[in-house]
Design a protein around this ligand. Structure first.
Ligand code: MG
Length: 473
């Protein structure tokens, strides 16, 4: 996509529409025998829909339109159900596993001719709710630094499975799922991006050991290997960058995890729950003095990000009162050339990880990185646009609308700027203004009339009613 006439496309691409999603769907589902006797795992019923419908809905919400399904067990059922995707406005291509299981790496290699130059690989039995635009951006940003792949990682502490990643700052030091080391505290989350060149014969043969992965099947020579072998090698070669995520994943590998996902689906998609949308800067963290502009500004560096002492407790209380918590933040710093989008993402990740360490899981961070006007300092020109998400427009608040069943009538927006209040009103939620409406003229001009005015986020948390009590009533 060309953003401006005559301009070369930026290599920093956040456009998910053109990214191919490759989904590993060939597994036998042996641990789910009672459910997979008749159908493949992606089609196992969850609250009246095939499991993979939930993932597909999420992926389409993030803008993806091109899919390649790698199918094996009961393959024809998957193809029959999803068809070529045109019913859903997407395109789906299929690659059938042969008679023999080739492992995750072998299955991707078999589909080599159908792969695009850069693609995202995921599993058909997992539900992974992450910021996929960030994944795609970080992958292409990494390519600028010579990376060939990206792995999403989660600080795990052996919560879900054995940790298998050592991080060095925000980059991967080592990935190894076979030789677990005590210093591993992150886990491979299950979403990766790759350059197609990694699946060329010469490269794969150079990293696979001594030919035992070669097999003759269906009259063709194929490679049989676990993609973990490639991932480990890329980590040793420092060719795989990271996207750190903080929300847990769901999978349906066992009857227990399937049940867990069923409860999650009921809560998220079937029942309606209210949300609290919270502006970030000036509400949850300090705004800082910017030496260059000589004005108070949002943090543009990791070291400038300082959460208010009351923020953690306020967020915890709001979550405990039965609300989704979403941050809704305008961050035009990269568009204005004061920062990079990578740094803006890093600041959000830092905050989400700090909160997660304290047991507070934010349900989403919605950031508008756009700005309508280019400045002489702008580097990431794709951020210059008139968007629907920059507050006072309500786009950030409406973002989760079709992937979460939100009770907007009982939801709130908390912010310290009139743009927060206007955005909240446009989205149809109640509004809480932090600060003092000193300027009567401004108030009249903007015609804002927040439902509540408080001094800080702690007071905002106080006035938000407890939904758990409302339910018991
Ligand atoms: Mg603010």
């Amino acid at each position: 996509m060309v953003w401006f006439p005559g301009e070369k496309m930026s290599d920093y691409n956040t456009d998910t529409e053109n990214i191919q999603i490759v989904v590993l769907m060939g597994g036998l589902g042996t641990r789910l025998k009672e459910f997979t006797k008749e159908c493949p795992k992606p089609l196992v019923d969850v609250e009246g829909r095939p499991f993979f419908d939930y993932s597909l809905k999420l992926l389409m919400h993030h803008g993806f339109r091109k899919f390649l399904f790698l199918i094996g067990y009961r393959a024809e059922m998957i193809e029959e159900y999803y068809g070529d995707g045109s019913r859903l406005g997407i395109s789906i291509t299929y690659c059938y596993d042969g008679k023999e299981l080739l492992g995750t790496g072998g299955a991707v290699k078999r589909a080599y001719d159908l792969l695009e130059d850069d693609f995202l690989l995921m599993y058909g039995d997992s539900f992974m709710d992450i910021d996929y635009e960030e994944t795609v951006y970080r992958y292409f940003e990494g390519k600028q630094r010579g990376m060939k792949a990206l792995m999403t990682v989660l600080k795990n502490g052996n919560r879900f499975d054995k940790s298998n990643v050592i991080m060095n700052g925000r980059e991967i030091e080592l990935y190894d799922k076979r030789d677990i080391k005590p210093e591993m505290d992150y886990i491979d989350y299950g979403v990766c991006m790759y350059s197609k060149e990694l699946f060329e014969d010469d490269y794969l043969e150079s990293i696979l050991s001594g030919g035992k992965e070669r097999e003759q099947t269906d009259g063709k020579t194929v490679l049989k290997f676990d993609i973990a072998v490639l991932q480990k090698q890329l980590s040793l070669d420092k060719k795989i960058t990271a996207h750190i995520v903080t929300k847990r994943f769901y999978e349906i590998g066992s009857p227990e995890s399937l049940n867990e996902f069923r409860s999650y689906v009921k809560h998220r998609f079937n029942e309606s729950h209210p949300a609290v949308f919270i502006d970030r800067d000036g509400v949850l963290n300090e705004i800082v003095f910017n030496d260059d502009t000589e004005q108070m500004d949002s943090p543009q560096k990791l070291s400038e990000f300082k959460p208010f002492p009351e923020a953690e407790d306020a967020l915890r209380r709001i979550k405990e009162k039965g609300y989704y918590v979403f941050l809704a933040t305008n961050q035009p710093g990269a568009a204005k050339g004061k920062s990079s989008l990578k740094t803006l993402y890093d600041i959000n990740t830092l905050f989400a990880e700090q909160l997660s360490d304290k047991g507070i899981d934010i349900d989403g961070i919605f950031m508008c990185p756009h700005y309508p006007k280019m400045s002489e300092y702008t580097k990431e020109k794709f951020l210059i646009k008139t968007c629907d998400c920059r507050k006072p427009k309500p786009g950030l608040l409406l973002k989760p609308k079709d992937i979460c069943n939100i009770d907007y009538d009982n939801s709130y927006m908390i912010g310290d700027s009139f743009t927060d209040i206007v955005a909240g009103q446009a989205a149809g939620v109640k509004t809480v203004y932090i600060g003092e409406l000193k300027c009567d003229a401004c108030k009249k001009l903007c015609d804002i009339d927040p439902d509540h005015i408080v001094h800080n986020v702690s007071e905002a948390a106080d006035i938000i009613p407890d939904r758990n009590q409302a339910v018991i009533r």
